[in-house]
Design a protein around this ligand. Structure first.
Ligand SMILES: [Zn+2]
Length: 285
């Protein structure tokens, strides 16, 4: 049995780096069960999910994040919605998408939602024939203005994000020069590759492995699929179409099966469900 997926946070104060390691083995297992994508299309979906989830580490309590990728060449829509608690849902359409795009032309939108009705933050990035492996790294660098690098494992369903922390001169007499991102990546290349090859799936083994290096363990959180869809929301989504042209969705039948694109749950919706609610709640009547 696979343990639930977790996002682990580590800190290397001496070299000035934070590292968030995502053991996504269970999440990717579930991704394959929920979505019917196959072959290279699924591999692309897997890679994008693994490279996006570490962004949860940028969220504070109560915050949530949406990453929307609208690619025109090749045509597809990819959505990942997640929050500080690790509840995640995702979709890639069309369902028969079967390639791993080397390059992408389109745009991405990042939306960050805050608790207590603070207005959301949105950032838009356009891609022109961009290498698809650069897309998420660009989103992070431009939306968060961080010196960060995402690495997705080729061996295991795991990934990590390395973030260079801003210098804090707590002790001016200490003349230690923190390494650059490039230097630090190079000196840890073998270590990261060992981590991915081990494909550890439990908290103790993962923490022990990282603590053999210069990283100290801070915390970890579970990441799992959760979709808040329900029949009422599904009815709300269909009501406008129904009012405009009932036959466009019912095609002469009395009921239809509406499927959630995220979790693939189906809801039986009847014509009666979509008829305008009674005016009983309206004080004018
Ligand atoms: Zn759903």
């Amino acid at each position: 049995m696979i343990n639930p997926s977790r996002l682990y946070s580590f800190l290397d104060p001496k070299n000035g780096f934070a590292l968030h390691f995502f053991d996504g083995q269970k999440l990717i297992y579930d991704l394959a069960l929920i979505h019917s994508l196959k072959g290279e299309g699924f591999n692309y979906f897997r890679d994008t999910v693994l490279s996006s989830i570490p962004m949860i580490s940028f969220l504070k309590t109560g915050e949530s994040l949406g990453l929307y990728l609208d690619s025109e060449i090749p045509f597809f829509r990819l959505k990942i919605e997640t929050n500080h608690a690790g509840f995640t849902r995702t979709l890639l359409l069309p369902e028969e998408f079967e390639s791993f795009p080397e390059r992408i032309t389109g745009k991405s939108r990042i939306t960050k939602l805050f608790p207590q009705g603070r207005s959301p933050y949105t950032s838009l990035i356009e891609f022109e024939n961009e290498l698809s492996k650069n897309v998420i790294n660009r989103v992070i660098k431009e939306s968060y203005q961080s010196d960060a690098e995402i690495i997705v494992s080729e061996n295991s369903d795991q990934s990590l994000i390395l973030i260079k922390l801003p210098p804090i001169n707590v002790n001016a007499s200490e003349s230690y020069d923190a390494p650059s991102m490039e230097t630090f990546l190079k000196s840890n290349k073998v270590f990261f590759s060992e981590v991915f090859h081990s494909a550890h799936n439990d908290v103790q083994k993962i923490v022990e492995h990282f603590e053999k290096s210069s990283f100290g363990y801070l915390s970890s959180r579970q990441v799992e699929f959760f979709c808040p869809c329900d029949k009422e929301r599904m009815k709300d989504n269909l009501r406008m179409l129904f009012i405009e042209d009932p036959e466009s969705i019912f095609a002469g039948k009395e009921s239809l099966e509406a499927k959630c694109d995220y979790c693939k749950k189906t809801y039986e919706i009847t014509r009666n469900d979509l008829k305008a609610p009674a005016f009983g709640n309206n004080p004018v009547n």
